[in-house]
Design a protein around this ligand. Sequence first.
Ligand SMILES: *[C@@H]1O[C@H](CO)[C@@H](O)[C@H](O)[C@H]1NC(C)=O
Ligand SMILES: *[C@@H]1O[C@H](CO)[C@@H](O)[C@H](O)[C@H]1NC(C)=O
Ligand SMILES: *[C@@H]1O[C@H](CO)[C@@H](O)[C@H](O)[C@H]1NC(C)=O
Ligand SMILES: *[C@@H]1O[C@H](CO)[C@@H](O)[C@H](O)[C@H]1NC(C)=O
Length: 467
Amino acid sequence: MAKAGVTRTSLLVLLVVLFVKFCASDTGILNRKAAAGGRAVSEDGRYVIVFHAGGVFTMVHVFRFDENANLLKINGSLEVFHQAQKTISSYAEDPAAILSFVAPLLEKAIYAVPTNLQPETPVIFGAYDELYLLGEEKYEKILDVVRGLFSESPLLYKAEWVNILPAATQGAYLWESINYLMGNVGGDYSKTVAVLNQESASVQMAYAVSAKAAANAPKFPGGEEYITAHHIQSNNYYLYSHGYFPFGAYSVRTAILKYTNDSYTYCVTNGYNVQYNYYGEMYNVRAAPSGSSYEKCRANVLQALHLDATCYVENCTFDGAWNGGGGAGLEKIYLTNGFQNTGADVGITTHSKPSTDLRLLEYEKFAKVACGASTFEDAHNLFPSVPLFDLPYLCMDLVYVYTVLVDGFGIDPTKLVTAADSVPYGDSSMRIQWALGLALELISSNHTKMQDITNVFAPSRTFVQIV
Ligand SMILES: *[C@@H]1O[C@H](CO)[C@@H](O)[C@H](O)[C@H]1NC(C)=O
Ligand SMILES: *[C@@H]1O[C@H](CO)[C@@H](O)[C@H](O)[C@H]1NC(C)=O
Ligand SMILES: *[C@@H]1O[C@H](CO)[C@@H](O)[C@H](O)[C@H]1NC(C)=O
Ligand SMILES: *[C@@H]1O[C@H](CO)[C@@H](O)[C@H](O)[C@H]1NC(C)=O
């Protein structure tokens, strides 16, 4: 009973929905003397421009900070934000065509920055990690088009500032954004909140650990760094962060469907029968004749999490990843993006206020209702807010959210956690977006020259000492 338009869903199209966040921000080098044009720099502040190229939207943020990395308004708002409903990954065969939407976004961002400050305003372009699936040759061609455009702009630009943002780094910058906006930065790491984020291709966990825990962190085969050092305003934090691929809202469907490619799945609505195309890989989606089942779907999801994967250290989450050892930085948990959006679709959370406190048991409760729906129409009547192209997968999606958080990350299902879209800030509120964290870190850098900052996309484990 696949509905028209639902068959042969291409992930390239579907992935888009979750990518509504971004941020951008400013640059560094504030001269104390009056800048060209006669305006004192301290009054103008420092600007940072951050592009977030996502799976549905390409977005640009302009942030402005004072000398102490406090956000300043630009023209009355906390950021200048523009977006185009285009994803760069659709242009693998004709990369130059991305200029039709990236160039106008750049123009709008430049317009927000006073002319005299443009040469010291960094412009960063972070693309979503799913771009990796195109292969290096293709995604580098796309990024090169951006590099060409930026190099001709009046802004401060470096080729390595245009790149794919790895999931773990994205998690760390989200952590910075939330904790900065909440006013937690400046206090002890134990006063900060942890972030669990779901994107279309990955899920991420980020939280602060003590300096001692950071120093004692285990070494991993392949040299993967789970702990990185971050300097925000004048404070140092060690962050555990890790990204799990393909465990995002859309990619995980393939990880689950893989096990039932030659048989039936108990995770989709009764009668559903399509092929799911994910970057050229085909997955058969055939509903079991008896319809969806919470218990049977959950068994399949548990299998996909690889809970018994080889764990090189104590304390693994799932898929063989280290959990960071836990601690005070993991006490308060914020759920963002897909986790929050899936909740809002079924009424566990809401977009009408910045955040909702809930227990993960709620996801389980609604998963049982969704898996119990006997037809597509039933499911639609029960959950009218769920987009029609996601509805056949609602049982799977809710079972997955519950299972990855409880069995994967090990969160007690009765613990109170917070799902959030935004954080109240001053007289307004700011959407939670990694771009702000990236901008903050650039602004807070010790480097006397912005141009010296190279590790924007892969923060290191130690703090940089500038001599
Ligand atoms: C400031 O806002 C006004 C009114 O919305 C707009 O016309 C103007 O272009 C904005 N200026 C900048 C620099 O963005
Ligand atoms: C699923 O089965 C189809 C044949 O029905 C095959 O073409 C496809 O490659 C299989 N997909 C995976 C991921 O195994
Ligand atoms: C594992 O967890 C225990 C208890 O939280 C902790 O004492 C230990 O340091 C952790 N080890 C690693 C490698 O995370
Ligand atoms: C900046 O310098 C201070 C003082 O030397 C140091 O404590 C801090 O770790 C440095 N921050 C970074 C990001 O290197």
